[in-house]
Write a protein that binds this ligand. Structure first.
Ligand SMILES: Cc1cc2nc3c(=O)[nH]c(=O)nc-3n(C[C@H](O)[C@H](O)[C@H](O)COP(=O)(O)OP(=O)(O)OC[C@H]3O[C@@H](n4cnc5c(N)ncnc54)[C@H](O)[C@@H]3O)c2cc1C
Ligand code: FES
Length: 256
């Protein structure tokens, strides 16, 4: 798949909550097809300490309006600088990078996300709905103040929520949500993105239920295109690069 390096203009910088914001971006060129699970490498300008680009999943795409959206959590200097970008300012992206989620055989798919791991799951939900599938979301957040665009996700399928403190949905880990106890044979694929420990629990649960599972990994990256090997992940086939062989893996291939 062809890669591009383009300047994009900030259309909006929307604050979602204390930690997360969504950048909507538009370029002069028509967006190529971007698949759910793919990511961009963002150049952080005017930041002497953020020499390397930052990998960020594609949150959503609107081809009609030629707009691409990124959901970003502020964790360090790079993402803090990005959070201050204003309408009309320029962001340079390398894109689209990595592989993508695959289509389930059956109708129903379960999408399990935690924290900023929900980022690649919006475009996944949109795509599944367009493919006439029935996604169901199960999301975990620390508290109700950190929920992300639940109304938008709900446009694609039912959303179940767990929070650590019980301020929204069920109290506790997403992997202990009562919805998982009710799942019967009609779910044909599980997709997950979030902290490694959560994805491991999801992968083991799916394996026990004999449901195929795809996990999107967020290993720390440098180049983003297979040159530096710093994103290597242990798999049953040996070490693979998350940036080019992933970020989406069949969970049975991963050594957790
Ligand atoms: C394929 C991929 C997709 C991603 N998608 C998103 C996304 O859609 N939205 C989003 O907010 N973040 C996403 N991330 C994580 C994001 O790249 C990092 O949070 C970001 O690079 C941190 O940059 P910084 O300069 O703010 O922080 P730094 O100063 O570089 O680091 C600050 C802190 O964040 C931690 N950190 C750095 N990189 C990562 C990482 N890859 N994963 C977890 N913690 C990290 C560091 O260990 C450190 O504790 C993704 C990562 C990958 C590999
Ligand atoms: S980030 Fe350089 S090889 Fe993956």
């Amino acid at each position: 798949m062809k890669k591009y390096i383009h300047d994009f203009k900030i259309i909006t910088n929307r604050r979602v909550n204390d930690e997360y914001f969504v950048l909507s971006l538009s370029g002069n060129q028509q967006l190529p097809e971007i698949k759910p699970g793919q990511f961009v490498q963002v150049r952080v300008d005017n930041a002497p300490n953020t020499f390397l680009r930052r990998p960020i999943s594609v949150y959503d795409v609107n081809y009609e309006k030629n707009i691409l959206c990124l959901l970003i959590q502020i964790v360090g200097e790079g993402t803090r600088i990005l959070s201050g970008l204003k309408k009309g300012e320029i962001l340079n992206l390398v894109y689209p990078l990595g592989n993508s989620f695959s289509l389930p055989d059956g109708e129903k798919a379960l999408i399990i996300g935690g924290g900023v791991g929900v980022a690649p799951l919006m475009l996944l939900g949109r795509w599944l709905k367009e493919q006439k599938k029935e996604p169901v979301f199960l999301f975990g957040f620390r508290n109700s103040g950190l929920l992300v665009d639940i109304d938008l996700f709900a446009g694609f399928g039912k959303v179940h929520i767990a929070t650590d403190d019980g301020s929204t949905g069920e109290k506790g880990l997403v992997t202990q949500h009562s919805f998982l106890r009710k799942v019967s044979g009609d779910i044909s694929m599980v997709y997950t993105c979030g902290p490694d420990v959560m994805m491991k629990a999801v992968a083991l649960w799916a394996e026990k239920k004999d449901i195929p599972c795809e996990a999107s990994l967020e290993n720390t990256m440098a180049c983003g295109f297979g040159a530096c090997l710093c994103c290597a992940r242990k798999t049953i086939h040996g070490n693979l690069n998350v940036c080019t062989d992933g970020p989406v893996f069949n969970s049975k291939e991963l050594v957790w």
